[in-house]
Design a binder for this molecule. Structure first.
Ligand code: ZN
Ligand code: ZN
Length: 355
């Protein structure tokens, strides 16, 4: 893979970079600069969870406490590796109605949607970096099946698949799990991103994300991993330190179109990136999310799905809330170089295959 010298801004000045996908400027505050190692040093000590926790509702033996199972995947074991259930405390419920109701100058509607939990393993502490790639592939397979089911429902316009790891990322349970939420509305910022991509396509006749991928592969300085179907890189205008995008090489607007070989390759890329995050960054809390186009844009040539990983190493403060701009104290090129180094051994890694 080609690697060039980073074009770091002069040491005396800060730099702003524009993210063409989000339309947001990011401030690289080098005067407040923290080297990657300093950011990693802010993490607390390693977390330790047992293989089984009798109080955990996702551990085997608590099936009777779970909502009805929507999907099970496994290899003939009595305890299936993956279970998808309705969230017991859902943000949205399928009973809701999409009718808008006026309240004076305001508007409300019922909280329609689906909220599911994907329990990734029967083992309480078997997080993705410690899994085999084929176990991760089964998680991707379960994502895909639920995605197709949910996006196929008439009232659903958007399906968001995400994983919260650790309390700073919003996880309330340590047991390995992801979540899937479908909504009956398309949030404004998603529409704005789609319009931005549409304008780019109208101007250049090309997908902005395909161009971004080509740019990253050409520059080489922010790419950390690549296989036949996916490229993983720290984006040029990353809003936070060690943000990673895993982008399919093949142009596809929505995750539902992922092929069998792409599922295997995504499992490999995700496994490698989460091992990097855990091993190089001292096991931080993180979120990842699959960005896929809203239903009505799912066949258009400007939309391109991808997976975003966001380690929780910093906290958004008042300026960021007020301006919508992020202050990142770490340059994407430096972050990529740091992640390119060999990861340290992964916790609970007796069965995992090498990166
Ligand atoms: Zn558990
Ligand atoms: Zn594309």
């Amino acid at each position: 893979m080609k690697r060039a010298t980073p074009t770091s801004p002069a040491a005396h000045s800060n730099e702003m970079r524009y993210n063409p996908a989000t339309g947001r400027w990011v401030i690289y505050a080098l005067s407040r600069r923290q080297r990657p190692r300093e950011l990693v040093g802010l993490q607390e000590g390693a977390r330790s969870e047992p293989t089984y926790d009798e109080r955990c509702p996702f551990c085997p033996g608590h099936q009777q406490d779970l909502p009805p199972v929507l999907l099970e995947c496994g290899r003939g074991d009595s305890i299936k590796q993956i279970r998808v259930v309705r969230n017991k405390y859902p943000a949205l419920t399928p009973r809701g109605d999409l009718r808008r109701v006026c309240q004076g100058m305001y508007m409300r509607m019922e909280g329609y949607g689906h909220h599911e939990v994907l329990i990734e393993s029967p083992v309480h502490n078997r997080q993705i970096p410690a899994m085999t790639i084929s176990e991760v592939e089964m998680i991707i397979e379960a994502y895909h099946r639920r995605y197709l089911e949910l996006i196929g429902l008439k009232k659903n316009l958007l399906v968001v698949i995400f994983r919260n790891y650790g309390p700073r990322a919003g996880a309330s349970l340590a047991h390995p799990h992801s979540q899937i939420i479908s909504t009956g509305v398309v949030p404004g910022h998603i529409r704005e991103q789609e319009c931005r991509a549409q304008r780019y396509f109208d101007q250049w006749g090309r997908c902005m994300y395909c161009d971004m991928l080509a740019e990253e592969l050409s520059a080489g300085i922010r790419v950390i991993h690549a296989n036949r179907s996916f490229v993983s890189f720290v984006p040029y205008a990353a809003a936070q330190p060690f943000e990673i995008w895993i982008m399919p090489r093949k142009h596809k607007a929505h995750f539902g179109d992922i092929s069998a070989s792409e599922k295997a390759d995504l499992a490999s890329s995700l496994h490698a990136m989460l091992r990097k995050v855990q091993g190089r960054l001292n096991d931080p809390d993180y979120n990842y999310v699959i960005h896929s186009s809203a239903k009505y844009r799912s066949d258009e040539p400007q939309a391109h799905w991808f997976l975003q990983i966001g380690p929780r190493l910093t906290t958004r403060a008042g300026f960021e809330l007020g301006s919508g701009m992020s202050i990142n104290t770490s340059l994407p090129e430096d972050d990529a170089a740091f992640l390119m180094l060999e990861p340290l051994p992964v916790k609970g890694d007796r069965n995992a295959s090498p990166v």
